[in-house]
Design a protein around this ligand. Structure first.
Ligand code: FAD
Length: 544
């Protein structure tokens, strides 16, 4: 029978162990975990800070006894694997409680050691009030420190998923929270225009958001930023990214890839045929960018673990590569994205265009109907779907999952337009936003009408372009773009003489629907230089 050793007992490690057991009742399976817990819900860790997960013990999904009793898997906690002897096919383990070393042999070794938080090299970084978030002990330490020391002000450094979730949960717990982010936006899976919605949500809920600034120094009671801002903070949470945990693999001479993570083949076999690696520690193939990338997400880690276990038992698998799909809940909003954003498509030199819509997330008559911000990115001129982003109070993740499915099936705007999706007034709209976005994309691709992006509107306003506001007069009077002329959709046929034929005309309304109809009507009347303003009034206001 096989002896399978596994380094790391969480997403990838525990999944590999469970799959091996399902495939082979007689295998000896030992999982080594250096922390005191296996099988934790990393993704739920921030929710302990707000009390949404009140008891931190609930973050531990399974303990070693359950692994033993239910699956006959030995889960050894507080055991750090410190060395791999590839010739002997053994590992050296340090028992962190008994402080002794021992050796264990393997037929197959699976590495799923995850990633380590990056700690910026600045003054004060090793102070006892500076924390990172990776496991249950980390989150318990933060929680007890801020409670026991009567902390009021906390700085979170880094605006990726972990930083944003930590900031949200600390704010919900009543702390004064400042989030400092080096880039000009949080959560770079979203484009800048979409990230503005997330910025607004954080600011509206009282998070002090500082962008385009970095951590310069930590001192007693405050942190200093690169630009010289002094922020009150008696505790600091670092969330400045993670680096793949490659130390064991590197020391054993396993090949490291161009991204700095462990290199594996399509079955997650490392450069040693007896050693597999999965999860945050490896590099994976990005099927849209057609190159290796790193993707620190739980779903891919679990899938990779299954493939690795299957491969040990000769079961063929299909490695589709990754596209990167993720979601987050932020105060009252849900946000999700998949595939490439515009910035990534540009950087990769992929010809592309995008559509930005803001329909209701359900029928407007229904309670809790809210606008959904939706952006679809597709390849030009093929119409192949490259990515999407959605933010709103409703089921944005459903829409993004539909687009992720279409991308995985190499679908195009035509395919997305034709998808037959569910509809009920409380849950959505008869023409779902993904169908709608595909139709708009097809119109653009086929040259049926033209539009300008939200980001170009400021220049249009400054250059005194001819902008029509197609909303009703009362809406216009409540606020409008400088120099925009109010010609409501309901009146334009009577006021057609006011619309010039010899210069470009840019039209917007509230969300883009009325302006689109006016664009099509004017084109039908022979106007050639008519543009819809993508995102319309709502989108431009957010962007500004
Ligand atoms: P991990 O799950 O981190 O497991 C690695 C384990 O290996 C660790 O417990 C570590 O202690 C152990 N280990 C390392 N080296 C050794 C050694 N030498 N010996 C013994 N043990 C060792 N992903 C999502 O998809 N959605 C989310 O919402 C989400 N939210 C997250 C929130 C937080 C706060 C964090 C930290 C992560 C989140 N993630 C999320 C990411 C997700 O948790 C990881 O991508 C996933 O857990 C990776 O699995 P892994 O097995 O590679 O690493």
């Amino acid at each position: 029978f096989k002896k399978v050793l596994i380094v790391g007992g969480v997403a990838g490690g525990a999944s590999a162990a469970a799959r091996v057991r399902r495939l082979d009742e007689r295998a000896e399976i030992i999982m080594f975990e250096k922390s005191p817990h296996v099988s934790i819900s990393n993704c739920s860790l921030p929710y302990h800070l707000s009390g949404i997960v009140e008891n931190s013990e609930r973050l531990v999904l399974m303990n070693p006894e359950i692994f033993k009793n239910r699956y006959n898997i030995e889960a050894r906690v507080n055991q750090e694997v410190v060395q791999i002897n590839r010739e002997k096919k053994t590992i050296i383990v340090k028992d962190l409680v008994a402080a002794k070393m021992y050796e264990e042999s393997y037929d197959h070794l699976v590495l799923s050691p995850g990633a380590t938080p990056i700690r910026p090299n600045v003054e004060g970084i090793n102070s006892p009030n500076v924390f990172t978030v990776r496991n249950v002990v980390d989150i318990e330490n933060i929680n007890s420190y801020i409670k026991q020391n009567g902390i009021h002000d906390i700085a979170v450094i880094g605006g990726g998923f972990i930083g944003v979730e930590v900031a949200e949960n600390l704010k919900l717990a009543g702390y004064n929270v400042t989030l400092v982010e080096f880039a000009n936006q949080v959560m770079t899976t979203f484009d800048y225009d979409m990230a503005q919605i997330l910025h607004k949500e954080m600011i509206d809920h009282g998070v002090n958001l500082i962008l385009e600034d970095g951590l310069a120094k930590l001192s007693d009671g405050y942190v200093l930023t690169n630009s010289g801002k002094k922020i009150d903070a008696q505790a600091v949470v670092l969330a400045t990214g993670v680096k793949p945990e490659t130390r064991l693999a590197e020391a054993a001479g396993l090949e490291i890839g161009e991204t700095g993570a462990i290199k594996v083949d399509h079955n997650y076999v490392t450069s040693d045929s007896n050693i597999y690696a999965v999860g945050d520690a490896i590099e994976v193939y990005h099927r849209l960018l057609r190159k290796p990338t790193r993707l620190a997400l739980a779903g891919p880690a679990q899938k990779q673990a299954r493939v690795a276990a299957d491969h040990m038992y000769g079961i063929p698998s299909r490695n589709m590569g990754v596209i990167g799909s993720s979601s987050i809940h932020l105060f009252e909003l849900n946000a999700a994205s998949t595939g490439l954003n515009v910035k990534q498509a540009k950087q990769a030199g992929i010809m592309h265009d995008s559509v930005y819509l803001m329909p209701g997330d359900k029928v407007g008559l229904m309670p809790n109907s809210n606008p959904m911000h939706f952006k679809l990115i597709y390849e030009y001129p093929t119409g192949r779907i490259l990515g999407a982003q959605a933010i709103g109070k409703g089921n944005v993740d459903k829409r993004i999952d539909v687009v992720a499915t279409i991308i995985t099936m190499n679908g195009t705007l035509e395919d997305l337009k034709d998808l037959e999706l569910t509809y009920s007034p409380m849950l959505g709209t008869a023409k779902d936003v993904v169908n709608h976005a595909a139709l708009v994309g097809l119109n653009l691709l086929q040259g049926k009408y033209k539009e300008v992006k939200v980001s170009q509107v400021r220049d249009l306003i400054e250059s005194n372009a001819f902008i029509i506001d197609a909303r009703e007069q009362a809406e216009y009077e409540a606020g409008h773009f400088k120099n925009a002329i109010n010609i409501p959709l309901s009146e334009f046929r009577q006021r057609i003489d006011e619309i010039p034929k010899d210069q470009p005309v840019y039209i917007h309304c509230r969300s883009g629907q009325r302006s689109y109809n006016m664009v099509m009507a004017l084109q039908g009347l022979g106007y050639e230089n008519i543009y819809n303003i993508s995102g319309s009034y709502l989108g431009v206001n957010l962007y500004e």
